[in-house]
Write a protein that binds this ligand. Structure first.
Ligand code: F0G
Length: 439
């Protein structure tokens, strides 16, 4: 069924309501500088959107519907021609039932893990990037820029190379996980360390893009969020559209939290889901400005000097603050903060369950545990925690945790690397010492 030949989406400012056409190369309001939303004409689109249509594309071999983002095209970028889509068949990530030991550690009777680290570049960013880069090409961008704690840059570098445009990346000085930096270098971006933190890099990006005519690919770009929404769409589809009680995810710049709320609200408006799940946004305690504001009922918008071992979410002044606040109101959501010790221990538990994730992702699981301990989440509730990045993104933290060499942190679940001589006796004493089962 072909979509009607009319404008199906436009951009609207969250602050002043000013609107823009999708063909304009804007990401913030031209009038007041506020955050823009992509607004879809849901009434016109309604006949073209159903669970059955989305389900009929599962298993498709052809682009773009073989992508876990573009399977939901009518809710992502309905007006775009299929040939114009830049895709790496992203999405299609696993939804695991957490192994019993891991669920029990959190106190949950059951928990599911949506593993976004299984995307092509190893993080959820690919879902937003396919949307962002597709729009960049629509408006004929020749270069793209982002500030990044590492995953956005890895993703952008890959998609820019695919589209044939030059990528430029600003990193905060130091503290980038090596796996991420390596990706961005490998995919051919121009990589720059900016002397300052992530927030300073993002502010520089926002000034430089309009000044030099470079397309901005941070999550203030609303097309990124349209792609990121599909994490929840796909997760619901994998659950045969059964809505969980809770979705728990890490919050840094708060793009993902914003996207989840918008996407769920659209599904609810269209009648594809019968209730809204509650969202829990988990920040690292050393980078928790949104949590601080939440605790004060948003009397003030906080910004902090961020510090956490979870470098992906080491962000002090989240750009999508207002949109994430909207997510809380749509979903009766909560915000919690977890310490670095809680993050690395949760990570060790996720990793040793065989599933594995990067430190920022483990904040989700640490958050589930804390919210159950506090009685906010009930142990028998239906919980989906989102793992945002792959275990190999930050191998240094894994090695240091298990070698007990993490600064100021303990390693209660350490799995130490052993060294032996190349003799059978040494193997025997190792096996005995470890009480390893043998035949
Ligand atoms: N988890 C991972 C693995 C991330 O890389 C990020 C953000 C987040 C969670 C937080 O998501 O910002 O939407 O709240 N990484 C960005 C980057 C900032 O540059 O890669 P958010």
């Amino acid at each position: 069924m072909n979509l009607p030949n009319k404008t199906l989406s436009h951009l609207r400012c969250m602050e002043c309501g000013n609107t823009h056409d999708l063909n304009e190369p804007v990401y913030v309001c031209g009038k007041c500088g506020g955050l823009l939303d992509v607004v879809h004409d849901l009434e016109t689109l309604r006949p073209y959107i159903s669970k059955e249509i989305f389900d009929s594309r599962l298993g498709s071999l052809d682009a773009p519907y073989n992508s876990g983002v573009w399977r939901f095209k009518e809710l992502v970028f309905p007006g775009i021609a299929d040939e114009a889509i830049i895709t790496r068949h992203e999405g299609n990530t696993g939804l695991y039932t957490a192994p019993k030991k891991l669920a029990a550690w959190t106190g949950a009777s059951r928990m599911m893990l949506k593993h976004e680290g299984e995307n092509p570049t190893g993080s959820f960013k690919d879902r937003g990037m396919t949307g962002g880069i597709t729009h960049a090409m629509l408006v004929k961008a020749s270069s793209v820029l982002c500030a990044s704690t590492g995953n956005t840059s890895a993703s952008m570098a890959s998609y820019a190379a695919l589209a044939g445009v030059q990528a430029l990346v600003f990193f905060p000085y130091g503290n980038i996980a090596m796996g991420k930096l390596a990706q961005s270098i490998a995919y051919g971006a121009i990589n720059v360390q900016v002397k300052g933190d992530f927030d300073a890099s993002l502010s520089l990006v926002r000034q430089a893009c309009p000044e030099f005519g470079i397309y901005l690919l941070n999550s203030v770009n609303p097309f990124r969020l349209e792609g990121q929404k599909t994490i929840v769409f796909e997760m619901l589809q994998q659950r045969r559209w059964k809505v969980p009680d809770w979705i728990v995810l890490p919050g840094g710049n708060l793009g993902n939290s914003s996207a989840f709320g918008k996407g769920l609200y659209e599904l609810y408006q269209l009648g594809l889901i019968e209730k809204m799940p509650r969202i829990a946004i988990i920040q690292a305690a050393g980078a928790a400005p949104f949590y601080q504001s939440y605790q004060e009922n948003f009397a003030e918008r906080h910004a902090v000097k961020a510090n956490t071992i979870a470098t992906a979410i080491k962000i002090g002044n989240p750009a999508s603050f207002i949109k994430a606040k909207r997510t809380l109101s749509y979903t009766n959501g909560v915000v919690e903060a977890v310490t670095d010790q809680e993050i690395v221990d949760a990570k060790a538990m996720v990793d040793s369950s065989g599933i594995g994730c990067e430190p920022a992702s483990a904040a989700s699981v640490a958050g589930v545990r804390k919210l159950i301990q506090q009685g906010v989440i009930q142990p028998d509730e239906d919980i989906v925690a989102v793992l945002t990045g792959h275990v190999l993104k930050d191998a240094d933290t894994v090695i240091n945790y298990h070698a007990e060499t993490l600064e100021s942190l303990n390693s209660p679940y350490a799995n130490k690397l052993r060294v032996i001589d190349p003799t059978l006796e040494a193997v025997e004493s190792l096996i005995r010492g470890e009480k390893m089962p043998t035949r």
